[in-house]
Design a protein around this ligand. Structure first.
Ligand code: ZN
Length: 238
């Protein structure tokens, strides 16, 4: 992940950011404001504002503006879809990729939101690079094992794991990029139900076949056991 977003305007007060949102919205006469318009006419970074207030819509509401209809799809959903496309392709999606089977959301939605396809990618990278400090660990009942992390990896962590593993199953090497029937999962090496935590180090990319075959067994036993456990697909994994 080599390209990063500008980190300027970190020390601008909230009021100044909100005032500038109102100014640009007032100039447009719309009572609302898209990300793309603000990027063209605003004084500060749209990404700075999104981060500061949690979401673009939240910033608009704080500024007394109406959320635009274009914002019906939450940012996180756009990023989730982009992540899925990235995983399916095994590489950074190009603008043209978002027209076909790789994406359920059209590239024009991204361009309305972020300006250009490149800017959509930059917003995605900034989102992935944000820390997960908003995520609260599961509070275990009294007497149960205390966990430091939630069982489910966040969108960010899942992407980091798969990217590290080159969007391939670490056991059999298959990938959705080469075989569209392959589905990748993020699996706990040491099960979360045991001592394992949901961390980059304890997570690995497996295809659904290898993941189901593995269950909670040690990796060395996984191949022998795969036929036996194939019938237990409904059980939660990892
Ligand atoms: Zn596999």
């Amino acid at each position: 992940m080599k390209f990063t977003l500008e980190q300027q305007h970190r020390d601008v007060p909230d009021d100044a950011l909100l005032a500038d949102l109102k100014r640009v919205a007032g100039d447009s006469g719309l009572g609302s404001l898209t990300w793309a318009l603000y990027k063209r006419a605003g004084e500060y970074g749209a990404e700075t504002i999104r981060k500061r207030f949690g979401s673009w819509n939240a910033a608009l509401l704080r500024a007394g503006l109406h959320p635009s209809k274009r914002w019906r799809i939450p940012d996180e959903e756009l990023f989730r879809n982009l992540e899925q496309a990235w995983i399916r392709l095994g590489r950074q999606p190009r603008r043209a990729d978002m027209d076909h089977s790789s994406s359920s959301i059209s590239k024009s939605v991204y361009e309305q939101r972020f300006g250009t396809w490149r800017e959509a990618l930059e917003a995605f990278v900034a989102f992935i690079n944000e820390s997960d400090n908003g995520e609260v660990p599961v509070v275990a009942p009294t007497g149960a094992r205390r966990k430091m992390t939630p069982r489910e990896p966040s969108l960010r962590l899942k992407f980091k794991v798969m990217r590290r593993d080159s969007f391939r199953c670490v056991h059999c090497g298959r990938s959705p990029a080469k075989d569209s029937s392959v589905e990748l999962h993020v699996d706990h090496k040491v099960p979360w139900s045991g001592d394992g935590e949901t961390t980059l180090e304890n997570l690995q990319t497996l295809c659904s076949d290898c993941n189901h075959g593995k269950s909670n067994l040690q990796e060395s036993e996984a191949n022998q056991a795969s036929e036996v456990t194939a019938r237990k697909l409904a059980e939660p994994q990892g």
